[in-house]
Design a protein. Sequence first.
Length: 59
Amino acid sequence: MAVPKKRTSKAKKNARKANWKNQARAQAQKALSLAKSVLTKKSNGFVYNLSETVDTSSE
């Protein structure tokens, strides 16, 4: 089994962890922004099922 020859430095470990956390934070921010856009129905990139509003207005 392959074993690394030297230990990874704290700086390199912390840099990798920070990069991973920043990527996760960015994805979470995008998901939250998309959810807010969908809830306010201001998003143009989605097709909404408006059958609920059509049914209530036709009665």
